[in-house]
Design a protein around this ligand. Structure first.
Ligand SMILES: C[S@@+](CC[C@H](N)C(=O)[O-])C[C@H]1O[C@@H](n2cnc3c(N)ncnc32)[C@H](O)[C@@H]1O
Length: 246
């Protein structure tokens, strides 16, 4: 059963802050359509049929072996590992992870859109809320791993306001805003916890972004996990950014 808000099943609010740290975010333009079998009306993503990357795809695109990492973490912390899939789409990957490692994972899927398939996955807690609400849900749950394939990077696109991500003035501004958001997420990571996300832009942008973090001040170690120098590479999942909580 999906979880909306603090464990309450309710019709979600869609009118979150239209701004993130002073930058306007475009939210919720699509109309509300009939959603889950319950008969409630939920807003449904237009592309909901396709947001189904399997765990193997997430691992391949993120250049990060989620299963292996979770097992290692489980041995270290000796409790179920808390994993959040930020922008989980239909929740295919996070559901597979729970099936692969039952009792070793507490799985959460987060998205601003609701997907009817969530109701079929009782072992994952799905949360439908806006990005600015994430820290609120995990106040008492230290996250070990935050994954985001083609999820968080939507914020970058919103922050750049459709202006080319390469325009220098604009880029400095959205990188700063995006960093603030990433640091807010990092506050919810347990020590040794990790965030891995795809990053839109050129390899130089992800380099610039990773090097803007200061381990002493920000209490995180950031790095570029992978980047593609393929000249025609589309802005998408070619650059992978990773951060570890100290
Ligand atoms: C392209 S889909 C990726 C889905 C999944 N990770 C996959 O690879 O199949 C992007 C996901 O991010 C979510 N998303 C985009 N912008 C968001 C925002 N501002 N706040 C919360 N979720 C957001 C969407 O609802 C959607 O589930």
């Amino acid at each position: 059963m999906p979880v909306f808000g603090k464990g309450r099943v309710r019709r979600p609010k869609f009118y979150g802050k239209p701004e993130l740290e002073g930058v306007k975010i475009e939210l919720y333009r699509e109309s509300v359509k009939a959603g889950a079998a319950s008969g409630r009306r939920y807003r449904r993503s237009r592309g909901y049929k396709y947001e189904i990357t399997p765990l193997s795809g997430v691992e391949r695109f993120l250049h990060f072996n989620v299963t292996h990492w979770v097992l290692k973490r489980y041995k270290k912390v000796k409790r179920p590992v808390n994993v959040l899939d930020w922008g989980c789409g239909q929740g295919t990957a996070i559901t597979e992870l729970v099936k692969r490692l039952p009792s070793k994972v507490n799985a959460y899927g987060y998205s601003k859109d609701f997907y009817p398939s969530w109701t079929e996955n009782p072992h994952v807690k799905f949360i439908q809320e806006t990005h600015d609400q994430v820290p609120r849900f995990f106040k008492k749950i230290p996250l070990d791993l935050i994954l985001s394939l083609a999820g968080l990077h939507h914020l970058q696109a919103s922050m750049s306001r459709g202006v080319s991500l390469a325009v220098i003035e604009n880029r400095r501004r959205w990188l700063k805003e995006y960093k603030k958001y990433i640091l807010r997420l990092a506050e919810r990571l347990a020590p040794g916890g990790v965030l891995v996300t795809s990053f839109i832009g050129l390899p130089s942008h992800v380099d610039e972004f990773a090097s803007s973090f200061n381990p002493k001040k920000d209490r995180v170690r950031a790095r570029v996990l992978h980047c593609s120098y393929y000249p025609g590479a589309p802005a998408g999942v070619d650059n992978i950014f990773m951060l570890e909580k100290i």
